[in-house]
Every structure is written in structure tokens, then in C-alpha cells.
Design a protein around this ligand. Sequence first.
Ligand code: TRP
Length: 370
Amino acid sequence: MLHQYDRRARSQRARRYARRSYAPAHAGGLLRTIPARVRIFSGIQPTGRKHLGNYLGAIRQYVEGQDRGDPAIYCIVDLHATSVAYDPRALPDYVYDTTAMLLAAGLEPERCVLFRQSDVREHTELCWLLSAVAAYGDLTRMHQFKDKSERDRELVRTSLFLYPVLMVADVLAYRAHEVPVGEDQRQHVELMRDIALRFNATFGETLVVPEHRIPALGARIMDLQQPDRKMSTTASEQRGLVYIDDEQRAIHKKLKSAVTDSGSEVRRAPDKPGVSNLIDVLAAVRGAAPETIEEEFAGGGYGAFKTAVGEEVAELLRPVRERYAELRPDEAALEQALAAGAQRARAIASHTLADVRTAMGIGPRASSLH
Ligand code: TRP
């Protein structure tokens, strides 16, 4: 049972968040609600070297989000990395790799909050608290859990099962409105919404219900050798993926040897997954519509097209690779950037946690404290 007072305080709080995120605006004589200041949150796995799919599908969106975010919060999710077999000695290095890569790509610690998940204890606490409103049945239906648990015959970790709840906690701890993720994370963001709604319905308006933001272009870059599967670090062949820090020549070569299909037309079609993927890659690189790529390369054959894609991809990634080489060796500086980010993250998350605890009746009764 909620007291009248609590109810009032809580609905005031809810209105405050609502106002913060959506300001009414007059547009064309109609009163609409448009997003005013959005809080953006995304997480990225510290899994070694990042590739072109990561860059076009996520990292570039992060950079752009810095201008809209209030703030834009980016988290390197080392705790999620422990949900599968991993090397504990290498994990700290992977976190530095990812930090340096994000900074090299254009994240600026003054314009966003960049931090390591495990530095902010609120995430794990909130994960437990939210598991009280996470349906067991829903978790058993998560595609990622099903895929990964089927693949791992040796040990299916409980942390793999709880992975989505920790991810939900990541976002809800910051009352973020917008979650830029790849297509494969859609179901997890839907879970976030369900859990936030259920929490609010059960314990009173406390959490913001976030929305996903999946880039139209570049969300699904496929393997260059096996264009029916996503570009991924677990690819069977190194030639199938372009790393962000690959040398120019290596990139040219990988694109030249990319699998193309029978025929010679540069055109997207279901039976031409290889060429379709390359068209999507170039469209994402240029921020152009795939149709314009098809027109430009119509009748030119595969060879010239692949050379062009290779050159433009290499040119896009060159400055990132160069900057990465400068930043990566200075681990003290990377650590400092992460620590400063964690401090700012904690300042936001601790507020949410205080509200969540109060709403759930965890800790002392508020009225006993004074
Ligand atoms: N699961 C996400 C991925 O594999 C990473 C992630 C963890 C994340 N926490 C998040 C993404 C919160 C968005 C928001 O890509």
C-alpha cells in the first residue's frame, strides 16, 4: 500500500521526468510533443578489436549522439563480458582497446559520459532489484540467450540468462530515453520497456520507458566471405571482416576478395547477398541511399565496384586507426578518462537507485530518517 504522500511525490516526480524529456511545441498550429532534450544511453562489449560492422552500426551513432544527448552516456560493459567463457587477464586490456577506439572515433569526454560498467556499482544492484519485475518466461525467450546457450555445451552460465536484466539496469539507472543499438538488440530494448512499465505499475512511477534507435543504414553489415551471416569477431575467416585498425592495404585486399554473386550487375537482390552487402556498406559509408550507389555503378561490373568500396572504407577508417595508435599506449590517460566518466555516471545512477529503493521498500523507511 502506498501512502497518499508517497503517491503525490511520485506522480510529481513522474511529471518532472516527462517534462524534462518532452516539451510541447507549436508546429503548424498543432500542439505536438517533440523530444526536447534526450538522454541517450548505450553499452558496448569490450571484445578486442572492433570491426566495420561495429563502426557503421554503433560507434558512428555514438559520436553523433554527443550533440543531442543530455547527456549521451556510453558504457563499456565488462560485466556482460563475463557471461561467456573469457580470459580474465585479457579483459582489462580489452576495456582499454575499446576505450581508445571510441575516443579515436570521436567521442570526447567533455561531450559525453564514457565509463566502465563495473566502476558504477549501481548497475549490479539495480540488476538484482529489477529481477523482481523481470518475468522468467520472458528471459527464456530471448534470442541471444537461446542462441548462445545452445552453442555452449560445456557451461550455460546463469549470468548469460541474466544478461538482459543487467542490460535493462544499465539503461534504466540513467532514466535514458533513447538507446542506440544494432538490430540484434531490438528484443532486449523491448524487454527494457516491459520491465520499466511493470516496475512503474507495481511500485509507482519511477523509471523512464526508453526507446530504441536502430540506424536505418549500417545496422546489419554482413561478413565479406559469408554474406549470409553478420560481420562478427567470431567469423571463421579473418578475410570476412574489416577491422577498424586494419592497414589501408589490408582493407583494399579484403574488399577486393569479398564474395560476389553470379552475374555482373551492381544491384541489390535477395539472391545476391554479397553484392547487396557491399552496396549497403558503401551507402552507409557515404550516408547515401543504396539506390544512388546502384545507379552510379550500373553496368560497371563487380571489379571496379569492389575497388571503389575498398578505397572509401579505407579512407573512412584511416583517421580512426591513426588516432587509435596514438591513444592506445597511454593506459594511464585512458584510465583517467574512465574514472572521470564513472564519477559523472555515478552521480546520475545513485539518484535513480535511491528512488528505486524507496519505491521498493528497501532500506529504512524514509520517514524514520528525520
Ligand atoms: N548487449 C549489447 C550488445 O551486445 C551491449 C549492451 C550492454 C548495451 N548494455 C547495454 C546496449 C545497454 C545498449 C544499452 O551490443
